[in-house]
Write a protein of this length. Structure first.
Length: 439
């Protein structure tokens, strides 16, 4: 790897590299989340019917969401694998590998035979590919955030810069819902027969674009300095567990109020909306599309605000708002009014973005530079096991048991309490030099 003489970069050259790094991180992340969310959307609309056709509708939905959750279980595995290599061989090389892994797995989902064609083996293959997807996205986040954040010269802009890879989430959500919406317009049962496969096939084109962009970026100055100073740890994952297990755990629990509600608002809503509210599939897709567009503004905005008022203060404000909003959300859905349902779905991601905008910097700042990819990735992705993955399943189970959506709102509020407690125990490095000792 050619070293970058960061000290001799002119301001103009540094700005150019920063811009390229942010674009590469954001575009690549958007593509990976397109792949991941595409599976989420199709799970609620298609997979229960195609891969568990002999089950009761509720049981089929729970079975489909169980496979869906496998991707979240795999994410910490990906964080451990790629966190290790990200801290050993660099951010750039690792990000190229995660993009390829995710893209190939998503493309192969389009080719999986249904239950009618090969029986239960279709669900088994789907589970394996979902696991591979999870491994890929598990290694993606940490590298993308560091690619943006570690090019920052000003300590006062890290929240804003680190929020741009987070911006890739609504981009991916928008693209996934748009792709499904376009192909769902097919007449008759054509969407169920073959139309759902097309968005997965198209992911290969997006991966090629992302790969082209990522191949053209340089390694971050922070990692280059670590290599020059010979401060690359031989076993970063083990070192993170040995020295920073508390930060890892706090990072995971701090995400409860962000991740669990997000997948209720963007995945479970399709099952609840079509099955209980009797809303059309296209209506829900358009509502979530609109919500993701609003996030294009709100995520970087809240990241920027965190640079001004402090990371923890912004984050805890988001935690409180999310805990309250769950009741507002299901109250609006329960009115049965198409207008109010649309408003609820569109606004649902704003409380989430209050957390998600400053979250990348909050977590990444908690770890030293030579362990940052491993530590931040593990903390971030472990939340997928306790929050994101189980959330749609838990929501479906709660509604089936209590026959009230407010049971789900209570679950969201409980997640918010966990977030507030964990965040209160984290350090706030807003504006401080986190790389003074080659961190």
């Amino acid at each position: 790897m050619a070293a970058i003489d960061v000290a001799n970069l002119s301001d103009a050259e540094h700005r150019t590299q920063l811009r390229r790094a942010v674009i590469a991180a954001t575009v690549g992340t958007a593509i990976e989340w397109y792949d991941f969310f595409l599976y989420s959307v199709v799970t609620g609309l298609v997979f229960a019917k195609l891969f568990f056709p002999k089950s009761d509708p509720l049981v089929g939905t729970l079975e489909a969401f169980t496979i869906y959750a496998v991707g979240f279980v795999a994410r910490p595995v990906g964080a451990a694998i790629f966190g290790h290599f990200g801290d050993r061989i660099g951010r750039k090389s690792t990000l190229i590998a995660t993009l390829l892994l995710m893209g190939i797995a998503t493309f192969l989902v389009a080719l999986v035979p249904t239950y009618d064609q090969i029986g239960v083996w279709g669900a088994i293959i789907l589970t394996v590919l979902r696991f591979v997807q999870g491994v890929g996205v598990g290694g993606e986040w940490g590298g993308s955030v560091l690619m943006s954040m570690e090019w920052a010269r000003s300590n006062k802009s890290r929240g804003f810069l680190a929020s741009w890879p987070q911006f890739g989430v609504p981009c991916g959500l928008f693209l996934a819902n748009l792709a499904v919406l376009v192909f769902s317009r097919l007449s008759g049962d054509q969407f169920l027969v073959w139309g759902w496969r097309m968005p997965f096939l198209l992911s290969l084109i997006l991966v090629a674009v992302g790969l082209y962009i990522r191949l053209g970026i340089l390694e971050t100055p922070v990692f280059t300095k670590l290599v020059a100073a010979r401060k690359i740890h031989p076993t970063p994952i083990l070192e993170v567990f040995r020295r920073h297990s508390k930060q890892v755990a706090l990072s995971a629990f701090a995400r409860m109020a962000e991740q669990a509600p997000f997948y209720i608002f963007t995945a479970f809503v399709y099952t609840y909306g079509v099955g209980t509210l009797k809303m059309s599939r296209d209506f829900l897709l358009v509502a979530v599309l609109t919500a993701s567009c609003l996030s294009f503004i709100s995520i970087p905005l809240f990241g920027h605000i965190s640079d001004r008022i402090g990371r923890k203060r912004m984050y805890m404000l988001g935690g409180v708002t999310t805990g309250i909003f769950g009741f507002v959300y299901f109250g609006l859905l329960g009115t049965g009014s198409a207008t109010l349902i649309f408003v609820a779905i569109v606004l649902s991601l704003v409380p989430h973005d209050m957390l998600y905008g400053p979250q990348a910097a909050l977590i990444a700042e908690s770890f030293k530079g030579h362990l940052r990819y491993s530590g931040a990735s593990l903390g971030y992705q472990l939340a997928s096991v306790i929050a994101g993955g189980p959330a749609p399943f838990i929501a479906a189970w709660l509604f089936a048991k209590y026959h009230s959506a407010y049971a789900i709102a209570i679950y969201i509020a409980a997640c918010s309490v966990v977030t507030l407690v964990a965040t209160s125990m984290m350090s706030d490095y807003t504006g401080k030099d986190i790389d003074a000792d080659s961190r």
